[in-house]
Design a protein around this ligand. Structure first.
Ligand SMILES: C[S@@+](CC[C@H](N)C(=O)[O-])C[C@H]1O[C@@H](n2cnc3c(N)ncnc32)[C@H](O)[C@@H]1O
Length: 263
């Protein structure tokens, strides 16, 4: 496979790259309970679509994003500029995240499909950083795609290895496969669990995407339609995905964790 699938998604301006797409972003935004003046961080913002929605709703909030991929960072910058929010959102590249922000800087941190695709080491590093950057009593909200309880660890490891080979990322962490494992991990780091449930059980919070951001996504889609290399690349990913996880298999689901940082 030519490159990492996330680089492909970045180059095609793909938005809401997580379980339940735009619907679950609406749910995350509701749970963030944004207040005027809040300082909010998104880790792994992809092409920046959720940050735009927050900036649109919370004009006095200080919004920051941290992202590992250079392609995503560049595309998100373009989306944010095209949507007119470059003065309200600061984007940062994560290399050594340790000293990037100051202790107790944020009221809220959120992540959409980022924690579960980490190695064990990176996952712990991110959570330790979040603990430091979040104020005591600050909120951490996550939407992560995790394994369903009937999926055995042998299947999880096999799928993760194949995804790593074919797409450059794992499907979902195998050391913390099920919701109970994530709860234990969060509790061991002194996050208090306010909510832990499947995203599908949440009340709908659909919204109309910011017009300029939607247009930016559409431009990326049109570009990929007329680009043979991108078309070929997507076909390869699709074929590989159908082989690794046959369509209709129910192995994973989007899970909402709402946590409070106890220090
Ligand atoms: C599945 S995508 C989700 C993107 C975005 N949150 C969304 O829902 O559309 C995961 C994103 O997390 C980023 N990422 C992965 N590991 C990261 C890390 N350790 N620090 C910052 N960003 C990371 C990836 O580059 C990618 O943009």
């Amino acid at each position: 496979m030519a490159r990492n699938i996330l680089t492909y998604f970045g180059s095609t301006h793909a938005d809401f790259l997580h379980a339940d797409g735009l619907r679950s972003t609406g749910i995350i935004i509701e749970h963030l309970e944004g207040q005027s003046g809040d300082s909010i961080l998104e880790i792994g913002f992809g092409t920046g679509a959720t940050l735009v929605e927050l900036a649109h709703r919370l004009q006095n909030a200080k919004l920051h994003g941290l992202e590992r991929s250079q392609t995503m960072l560049e595309i998100a910058k373009k989306r944010i500029k095209a949507s007119g929010f470059e003065d309200q959102i600061s984007l940062h590249k994560s290399s050594d995240t340790t000293y990037l922000f100051s202790e107790d800087q944020f009221d809220k941190v959120y992540v959409e499909s980022v924690l579960a695709i980490q190695s064990d080491e990176d996952l712990k590093h991110i959570l330790q950083s979040v603990k430091r950057w979040l104020k005591p009593g600050g909120l951490l909200i996550c939407n992560e795609t995790i394994w369903m309880p009937h999926v055995p660890s042998s299947t999880i490891h096999e799928i993760n290895q194949k995804c790593l080979d074919q797409f450059g990322i794992i499907q979902s962490n195998g050391s913390y496969p099920y919701s109970k494992d994530w709860e234990k991990l969060f509790q061991s780091m002194h996050f208090e669990i306010i909510q832990s449930n499947a995203i599908r059980l949440e009340t709908d919070a659909n919204f109309e995407q910011h017009k300029k951001s939607k247009l930016f996504t559409r431009k990326g889609k049109i570009r990929s339609k007329f680009n043979r290399n991108l078309q070929r690349e997507w076909k390869e990913y699709e074929r590989a995905m159908n082989e690794i996880i046959p369509p209709g298999s129910e192995l994973m689901e989007g899970w909402l964790f709402k946590l409070v940082n106890n220090k």
